[in-house]
Design a protein around this ligand. Sequence first.
Ligand code: NCD
Ligand code: ZN
Length: 353
Amino acid sequence: MNCKVEKEIEILLPDDFHHHFRDNKYLDTTVFYAMQRFGRCIAMPNTVPPIRNKNDAENYLSRIRESIKRFIKKENKFEPLMTLYLTDVTTEEEILEAKNYGILACKLYPAGATTNSNFGVTDIKNIDLVLKTMERIGMILLVHCEVTDSKYDIFDREKYGIEIMLKPIINKYPNLKIVMEHITTKEGVEFVKNCNDKVAATITAHHLLYNRNDLLVGGIKPHMYCLPILKSEIDRKSLLDAATSGNKKFFLGTDSAPHSIENKECACGCAGIFTGHIAIELYAEAFDNVGKIDMLENFSSRFGANFYGLPLNKKKIKLKKLVTGYKVEEKIKFGESFLKPLRGGEIIKWFIE
Ligand code: NCD
Ligand code: ZN
């Protein structure tokens, strides 16, 4: 490898506000990569079975911590932040108990919207009291903002999700803090910009770097399939503008979502892209591509923590860009199988010192 460095930056240790650790035998893979890059990760609750109450969260956290212990080096502190998965039968008591335990946020998956969302909410009316309680006690609502009705085009699911789901929630609970997760469209960007400061959004690295041509042109690429699905180049540019603009409403959430190779390369492949192995490196590339690397730290290490009411990380990391780059591992052990990570077998230039 030619190790000549073209540029370097130092930033506060980033946090990931949307991460799929999965569970049990998969944790060693996800934790290993996450803790090298992030101080804290919001752990998505769509495990099998999902994390539906404080007890589930407590047990899940201890399984993740077991895995952290296997890799921990001295003075390396890594903190997974638990969330709850809302269902039609989530109760006010469960929300209060979760809050007392220290859970900061609950995730709203419309039933059937994405991977492991079959226990999700079938009608917003069913969680009326839950949302009212969350608003009252200051718990953050994380929304997978896509409509599921088959009459909507898959590329318009986010746009209609805003109209049909998100706007009514915001109107009804004006003081509820909301993160529109993994936004993918120009409409999503404009919408979040125009809301008050209670509403923010996460953006993934893959939606900053790729568009739907990367999924569909020259043959279908199952490893580029995720939900919300990759959108047009206009959308990608709009996300990149938002992420690099210094607007505190937009912050880092990788949505790193591993699936085994067999579950991706088949007749009905799973949605989800694994980016955990080079997560911050990909964001650095996206920001650097448009000459905005100096805007990365706010997006990756400040705005999310501020929105969640968390202190900033104290540690710093150094990111360096090589002149020629290095090859990303082609596949990664995942339980008894393997996964194909984003960029597997391809070249990337940024790395963490
Ligand atoms: C995620 C997964 O695999 O859990 N998949 C994805 O395509 N992003 C779920 C999600 O965040 O939608
Ligand atoms: Zn996700």
